[in-house]
Design a protein around this ligand. Structure first.
Ligand SMILES: [Zn+2]
Ligand SMILES: [Zn+2]
Length: 255
């Protein structure tokens, strides 16, 4: 599996950090982890095979994570590259994804669900296991961020990836992420966080210490991180391999 960081940032407009989105390339297809408003054009900027995207995961309904879903469907509907596509696009997400999409769709008769290919939407519940791609099993975990927010753990049988998306501090999340080859963990703030619904560095590293991933990718970085050597700061708190996300970064998940 290979991960491409499309957006390492947040809802705050930033010159170098787009809002949350990650492209996961596997032997069994591609998966977009969250779809911010920036995601559709970021996929093209990274020269990814967006017309053949297999599946999308939406962690929660904050617009820096799902605001690009309707624009992406609108783009796929009219793009020359997708007119002969036949395979379905699967959208998996938290409770409410379909309702939000339908509300946008109805607001102006966009007919986003009428594509050259089928759109399949499924909203797994908390702690539910489902096949996110062929031979890739996923399981959800309810995070202390919003009522609907979910973390995702997926495995192809050889390698495991966990994506926390936005979350407050929860030691259960470390147990959920235990032993992952790659843990994508939010690290919104440096310290004295203004809300309990996100993590600051020392909480993120405490969770990493309990989860012991082979690689830790810190993301959802607010502008207060600009100019800070995040990786050195992280190493003072946990000796494992920590990578600070940046847009365009590629991370291999292998033996
Ligand atoms: Zn967010
Ligand atoms: Zn959020």
């Amino acid at each position: 599996m290979k991960l491409v960081v499309l957006g390492s940032g947040t809802s705050v407009p930033h010159p170098d950090r787009a809002a949350a989105a990650f492209w996961l390339e596997t032997e069994n297809g591609s998966l977009l982890l969250d779809c911010s408003a920036d995601a559709p054009h970021r996929m093209a900027a990274e020269h990814l095979d967006w017309p053949n995207l297999d599946a999308i995961w939406i962690s929660h309904l904050h617009l820096d994570h799902c605001g690009g879903l309707a624009p992406l469907l609108f783009g796929l509907k009219w793009a020359p590259q997708t007119q002969t596509r036949k395979k379905p696009l699967k959208i998996f997400g938290c409770h409410g994804v379909e309702r939000v999409l339908k509300a946008i769709d109805d607001a102006n008769d966009y007919r986003l669900f009428k594509q050259p290919f089928p759109i399949e939407i499924y909203e797994p519940g908390e702690a539910e296991t489902f096949a996110v791609l062929k031979n890739i099993e996923a399981i959800t975990f309810s995070t202390p961020h919003t009522r609907e927010s979910l973390a995702l753990r997926l495995t192809d049988g050889r390698h495991t990836l966990v994506y926390s998306s936005d979350t407050g501090y929860a030691e259960d999340l470390a147990a959920f992420a235990r032993g992952a080859d790659l843990l994508i963990l939010e690290c919104s703030f440096q310290r004295n966080k203004p809300t309990h619904k996100h993590l600051e560095l020392d909480e993120a590293m405490r969770l990493a210490g309990m989860a012991e991933p082979r690689k830790l990718l810190l993301t959802h970085l607010y502008p207060e991180w600009d100019g800070v050597d995040i990786e050195s700061r992280a190493r003072e708190l946990w000796p494992g391999e920590t990578i600070a996300a940046r847009d365009g970064l590629r991370v291999e998940i292998k033996d």
